[in-house]
Design a protein around this ligand. Structure first.
Ligand SMILES: [Zn+2]
Ligand SMILES: [Zn+2]
Length: 257
């Protein structure tokens, strides 16, 4: 077997001293200081785990009509309160189930979702009453990872010897930096929006479509579920059970929700 001789034109040599591409994390790893690289890795794994949690978990699907459910204390409370307030739950036109207040049918998931926020194509799942707090936690951890990755990517670039060869050699790192920067801005906006919504006990759907939602449009107060920022955030992050929103709704009499 005869091997073709290597030609000089096929190989481009970059002196290591002129084009250092070691980031701060790589340098610390090589020097045996593993604390920050391991912490960064743990954060990445945490954000990946949260991604799969919000993507795979039940966002709060309405599985049965309220009347057909087993008697659970919260549901009983909700039903008795319904009778008191004379609220009539609307029946979904797609799955034909009675929708609890703040639920909405998602065409992509083919389910009604309790305290519907939005259907997220990034996680390919709805964001609803069950997974909304995990979704916000995912955004927060992801933002920390991105904010840490920005200076790490920047530290791998060397601007002392700018040239076309330098640009080719650092192209991948430059693109990575730009992608991380764009995602960071998006993540800041998303996290800010969802923290605002959570602190006011409202959802993206309710915020964007108030004029189409009867229980908000016909209500005398701006937001019937708002209990103040602290209580709203406590309820959002620290309440594991599903909430019968009908019980918190001011008495309006005879409305279809
Ligand atoms: Zn439905
Ligand atoms: Zn959905």
């Amino acid at each position: 077997m005869v091997r073709a001789p290597k030609t000089e034109s096929c190989t481009v040599h970059f002196p290591r001293d002129n084009f250092p591409s070691f980031s701060d994390l790589q340098r610390q790893e090589e020097q045996g200081d593993l604390l920050q690289p391991l912490l960064f890795l743990a954060l990445v794994l945490c954000s990946m785990s949260l991604y799969f949690v919000v993507s795979l978990m039940d966002p709060g699907y309405v599985e049965h009509d309220e009347e057909e459910k087993e008697p659970v204390s919260d549901e009983k409370e909700a039903m008795s309160s319904q009778e008191t307030l004379n609220l009539r739950l609307r029946r979904c036109g797609y799955c034909l189930l009675k929708q609890p207040m703040r639920a909405r049918h998602c065409q992509a998931c083919r389910h009604c979702v309790r305290r519907y926020d939005h259907h997220c194509p990034w996680i390919y799942n709805c964001v609803g009453e069950r997974n909304h707090p995990f979704f916000v936690a995912y955004l927060a951890v992801q933002l920390v990872v991105l904010l840490w990755a920005l200076p790490v990517a920047w530290s791998g670039l060397d601007f002392e010897h700018p040239s076309w060869a330098w640009f080719q050699y650092n192209l991948l790192l430059l693109l990575s930096f730009l992608v991380v920067a764009v995602f960071t801005v998006v993540m800041i906006l998303l996290l800010g929006c969802h923290l605002y919504l959570a602190s006011h006990n409202t959802t993206t759907w309710e915020f964007m479509s108030r004029h189409r939602i009867s229980y908000l449009r016909d209500c005398e107060v701006e937001n019937p579920f708002d209990r103040g920022i602290f209580l709203n955030l406590w309820q959002f992050f620290c309440t594991c059970r599903l909430i019968a929103w009908e019980t918190l709704y001011p008495e309006v009499g005879g409305h279809t929700v």
